[in-house]
Write a protein that binds this ligand. Sequence first.
Ligand code: PMT
Length: 465
Amino acid sequence: MSDGDGAPGRLSGRLVALGVTGSIAAYKAVELLRLLTAEGADVVVLLSASASRFVGALSFAALSRHPVETDVLELQADGRIGHIVVADSADAIVVAPATAHWLGAMANGLAADVVTAACLATSSPVVVAPAMDGDMWTHPATQANVARLRDAFAYAIVEPDTGSLASGQSGVGRLAELPRIVDAVVAAVAGRPIRQPDAGARPPLAIAPVREEDLGGRHVVVTAGGTREPIDPVRFIGNRSSGRMGVALAEAALGRGASVTLIAADVSVALPVDRARVVRVETADELRSALLETLFGSPPAPPVARFDALVMAAAVADFTPRAPAAGKLSRGEGLSLELRPTPDILAEVSRIARGAGGPGSPGDGVIPRPVLVGFAAETGSLDRAPDKLRRKGLDLLVANDVTEAGSGFGSDTNRVVILDAEGGREALPLLSKRAAADRILDRVAAALDARDAAGQTAAMQERNA
Ligand code: PMT
């Protein structure tokens, strides 16, 4: 064990999912969680509805430091399906205690609860420790279900002990001694590589710092997804953006009390249409029009700012066909496309907001000064990022290497470096996109607070002058 003796635990680095079903022995699962943790495991708990009547999710969440999965239909904050993330990342699932009802559901593949659903969806070993009344245990139905789990599914069964039962009687059916269950988990994973050594691919750490509504009263505009540039009515030039990063930013800003406008190009994730103003666009030109109208009105009317922060996570095409064909092109003898560069939208927004030109822009730009955040999709090296920040006139630039596994396009995780206009550089570890979004918004909220404080000081000095 890693508890106290300094040696790495037998489950060091492993993610173990602990499925708890509705037996009186559910309280013992809390101690089992502690023992698994003491062996070095990272533990995430799946709680059936009836188990939660015996032990509350809060105890498990506090001890495991992960959100507890209780509902098959529930999505995680970053949009991932909780029990599937567990099924795909856990090194083993241990169901303890397993009730007679759960054994029956599992034997028949009935995935109405998170524990069964995760077991069905996993390719990892499953360890099952039943606990129930003695007659229930010896009933042929229960025994047939256990045999199916053991023989057909290759689950490791930790047979119940004999002793006094909750009914007051004595017999077989008590949950096995916990060290025996831990040993079964250790045996189940022995010799297998750790499935997801990367924290970002595992269930999120729960007890994410509770954030106050530090963007309350702010209007945050986010762009997400990839633009599509038409070649003809059926074909386009696109890119690999899924919209996950932008949508995570919008969700995070909503969670912090902001009013959010999300300008979404092509995305493959659900949009928060009920909580944010969502504008759908397809091309870079459409994105530009929608963004300029949102930020500056139509016709553009600075100097009153209509937004506090812009976070430009969209992957915008740099080139578009100069003359898209009106009808579907035929294969013919091949095709040469003439492309024209698209406008640099972010640089244009910055020029207008900062008063350095652009339609309707007065000398001083918009007041109060909005915070502008760009992204940089780089390949291999982030060396070009500081120049992008400067050229586009940004406060913050979030650079990501889109060739790194688990980072950039399409993944649920991202590893980003946040650069600021003062030359600062904050390298974040691989995080879920939602966690990365919150770290980016920490910087946005701080920049807005600093802006307002500076504005108040200036106003006071003017009054006193
Ligand atoms: O959507 P996901 O699958 O979650 O992937 C996330 C992401 C990889 C798309 C995201 O993290 C990201 O890097 N977005 C920026 C992609 C991009 O266009 O990078 P860029 O280096 O080409 O552009 C720099 C900045 O200028 C970006 O903020 C971009 O939105 C903006 N831009 C680019 C071109 C253009 N014509 N006008 C712009 O305003």
